[in-house]
Structure formats: C-alpha cells, structure tokens
Design a protein around this ligand. Structure first.
Ligand code: ZN
Length: 506
C-alpha cells in the first residue's frame, strides 16, 4: 500500500529533524569538552551547553509538535507504513517524557544533578559517604515523583528502568538475576580455590603508546569501523559519541604499562560505533533509526569485545601482530597462554574493571540495592554496610573503603537509577545473538581466525543495527533468535569457557 501524504506527518518530520540536528550539535560540543577543550573553558562551556539545552527543550516541548501528534493520533492507523508509524510512536513517547514533568521538577533534577555530581566527586575522594547521602535521598524522592508524572501506572523503580530498557521490569529481571547468582557465585568460588591460575606475567611490561594506538586503530578498522565517517581519540573515560551516523566518535585512554585495557576499550567502543554507523539509511535523522535501548547498545559493544575479541580464534588471528608490535615479555607467550591470560577471573572491588564472570554480580548487587531503596526495605544511611556485606556474600571480598565500594560509580550522583541492569542484560543479549549467528553462519569461527569480519558485521547490521526502534527489545530478540531472552545460554557459555580455562572437570 502506498502511504498517503499527510501534512501533519510532514510537519512532524521537519520538527524531528531539526531536533536531531540540534542534538548533534550538543553531542559535538560534549565530545569536544571531553577530548579537545582547554580546561580554562569549562565555565564558558557550561553556559553554552545550558543555553543549547534550553533551545532543545523548547523544540521538544513545542505545543505545535503536540498538536501534530494529536491530529495524527486521530488519523486512520492504516494510512501509515511501518516506518512512519514508528516515527509517530517514538515522537509521542519522547514528547510525553518531555512534557509530563512539571518545569519545577525538571529544574530541581537538573540542579541536583550538577550539584550532586560535585558532592559525589569530593565524597569519593575523601571517602565520606555521609556527605553524599543527602544527595542520594533527595534524588530518590525526586525520581519517585518523576515516575509518578511520566508513568503513573508503573511501579516507580520500573518507571526508572523503562527509560533505559523499555518494556523491561523488575518482574522480568529478578528471576534472571536469581538464576545468575545461583550459578555464578559457586563457580567463581571454585575458581578462586583452584591451585591452577593462568600465567599473566607476560602482559606486564612497557608498551609504547604509539604502538598501542596503531594496533587498536588497525583492529577497529578490520572489524568494520569506518574512519571516513568516524574518529578515534583519547579521553579520561572511553566513550562513543558523535553528531550523526556519518560522524561517530570513539575514545580510549592509554597506559604504557597495560595495552590490554586500552585495546579492549577500543574494541568495545567500536561495537557501539558500528551500531551507530549502521543505522537505517535514509532515516538517519529520525527516531525510527535510533538505537533501541541501553541494553541492546551494550549487547553490540560486548558482542565484539567479549564474544569475538576474547575468543580463541580472534587470538589466533592477531597473536602475531600483537607480538610484532611489542617487544619483551610477550615473546614468552603462546596463543593459548595469551587467550587464557586475557580471560582470567578475579573478584575485585571495582565494577568497570571486572571480568565477564564477576561483572554480573556487581550489577546484581546494585540492582538489589536500587530495588530496596525504592520499596523502602533499605535506607540510604545503611548503604555502606549493606554494600560491603553483599560484596562479601557475592564475591567473597570486602572493600576497605567506601571509595572502593558504594561511592565508586557516578550513576547515582546524576539520579540514573535503573541503568545498571542494562549492562548485564546486554551481556545476555550478546551471548544469545552470538549463538544464533554461529548456527546461521557455521564458518564464523574460521572466518574470525582468518580475520574475515564482514559476514559478522553484515549479519549484525541486517538483524539489529538497521532495525532501529521498529520493535521492542523483547520483539527484537524473538525475531533474531527465535525465542525470548534466555539466560541459560549466557550461563552455559561462561561455565564452558571458564571450566576449560581453569581446567575444572565437571
Ligand atoms: Zn558500553
């Protein structure tokens, strides 16, 4: 059926494109702030960002946008094709999110966000949770009020989760996380008790930054990152940004003493970058082509970082180039010992440095605390104690300070409750996608060992990147893999891999 020309739809599209252009400018000055800006410009930049945010807010809450949407809602739903209907649906969701919150609350959240971040930075540095606790209490109160405005029918914590992982709720996440706990905690314990531990000594040494950069750039390009429509630079924390699918910016950071961290950060961000570069052609400024959720985005970065780049065939392909790049200790390694060394499991205090086996427990701990804070079964003042006893229970270690414990993440300092589950949902999605890829393209591992990544990229692009926001995450996983999200595959993958690395029999 040929879609009809609808003037309200055309006007809506014009407005959405303008919002997309303005967001692109915001993203570019945000990237600039992290990568290029002289520190002396911080105050001026804050004012520029705030002014632009005001303009964007005006556009996203424009009453005329609301009128268009209201008229389109009345129109016969058959008059729109799938892509058009999706643009309307997404625009309505965004408009509701932007307009249902009273201005007073928006301003209070923004004010607490910037003040709270500064308080958190100092509290973390000084190891004083008590100084951060009032911020956390205020954020909880404001975020409950916010939830009441935007999703009055949802449980307040579910409303917060929905922002990052739409359609997903505590009811879906809790049993998955329970299953992960039941399987992973004993496995991690067994590995810790094991006498055999892989040799990692050859990963120590001096690895010149320019060699690291050249290698990372080469691998990023090999797996598909398009440097004609993207860049790679240095920032304090690695991220993927950029103004448009034709302008994707990834970053990393380098340490002379450790090339693995930087290299795998590049591969991770490349995975995010491929998702952005692979958005639906012809619709790149419209909501229909946008990435679906945080969890699906993370599934793409983890797909490349863990499922591909931490696999044996990947090590087979790159081992020689890695050894050629760096002299010294690495010369003692073999493909097998290298593979084992980059896949060691060791409980640690810091989430962002955790390996793939212990990482889910860091996430589960935060999820359970957020749940407890929202339902009132935990109170903010008790968090350091709760945190430490959960770390003991899940990972067998107790942080010596709150800086290494409850104060380590920035998420709560900006009120981002409900974000953490996306990291582990992403890992589970990635594993399930990978399993389907292997069954549909049985030569995948051979291709990786030969450095042929194009078939993988095409598959991800066709099944996920180009699908934008057409489906919910639940529909997408069903369409791609033929079944709902199933943590069994993730658990099997981890068990098989780590039992082999640590030479555990059963
Ligand atoms: Zn990521």
């Amino acid at each position: 059926m040929e879609p009809v020309i609808n003037n309200d739809y055309l006007e809506l599209i014009e407005k959405l494109k303008e919002i997309s252009h303005l967001n692109g400018v915001m993203s570019t000055i945000g990237w600039d702030q992290e990568v290029m800006m002289p520190t002396g410009a911080a105050e001026a930049r804050a004012k520029q960002i705030s002014a632009l945010a005001g303009v964007i807010h005006e556009r996203t809450t424009d009453p005329r946008l609301g009128d268009c949407l209201a008229t389109l809602k009345e129109a016969d739903s058959d008059s729109f094709d799938l892509l058009q209907a999706c643009n309307i649906r997404e625009a309505q969701r965004n408009f509701d999110l932007d307009t249902k919150v009273p201005k007073r609350l928006v301003m209070e959240l923004a004010e607490l966000g910037s003040r709270g971040h500064l308080i958190w930075v100092t509290a973390r540095k000084e190891n004083k949770f008590a100084n951060f606790a009032p911020v956390l209490k205020q954020f909880l109160a404001l975020k409950k009020e916010w939830a009441q405005c935007v999703f009055p029918d949802k449980n307040p914590y579910d409303a917060n989760i929905d922002i990052f992982e739409r359609g997903t709720s505590m009811a879906e996440i809790t049993p998955i996380f329970e299953q992960l706990k039941a399987e992973l905690i004993p496995l991690i314990q067994t590995i810790q008790d094991r006498q055999y531990q892989p040799d990692t000594s050859f990963l120590q040494g001096t690895f010149p930054v320019e060699k690291q950069e050249a290698l990372a750039r080469q691998i990023s390009q090999d797996i598909g990152f398009n440097f004609d429509q993207g860049r790679m630079d240095v920032s304090v924390h690695p991220f993927c940004g950029g103004s448009h699918p034709t302008d994707v910016r990834i970053t990393t950071r380098y340490k002379e003493s450790d090339f693995i961290e930087s290299l795998y950060a590049v591969i991770h961000e490349t995975g995010h970058g491929l998702y952005e570069q692979g958005r639906m052609p012809g619709y790149q400024e419209l909501p229909v082509s946008e990435s679906l959720t945080m969890g699906i985005h993370e599934s793409q970065s983890l797909f490349w970082e863990r499922m591909i780049a931490q696999s044996k065939p990947f090590c087979v392909h790159y081992f020689e180039s890695i050894c050629a790049a760096f002299q010294g200790n690495l010369q003692r390694a073999t493909v097998d010992s290298f593979y084992q060394a980059i896949n060691t499991c060791k409980p640690d205090f810091i989430r962002v440095e955790a390996d793939e086996l212990t990482y889910p427990l860091h996430v589960i701990l935060r999820f359970e605390i957020e749940k407890g804070l929202f339902d009132g079964s935990m109170c903010v003042d008790d968090l350091p104690e709760i945190w430490n006893s959960m770390m003991m229970k899940y990972l067998g270690i107790k942080p010596p300070t709150d800086t290494l414990g409850v104060l380590q993440d920035s998420h709560w300092a900006s009120g981002a409750f409900g974000y953490f589950p996306s990291y582990t949902l992403g890992a589970i999605y990635a594993c399930q996608f990978h399993r389907t890829l292997l069954s549909e393209q049985p030569d995948t591992e051979k291709n990786i060992a030969k450095g042929h990544f194009t078939p993988i990229n095409h598959w991800l692009n066709e099944k996920i990147h180009s699908q934008g926001t057409l489906y919910t995450p639940q529909e997408l996983i069903q369409r791609v893999t033929g079944e709902p999200l199933n943590p069994d595959y993730f658990i099997d993958y981890l068990k098989t891999k780590y039992k082999s690395i640590y030479q555990l029999d059963s």
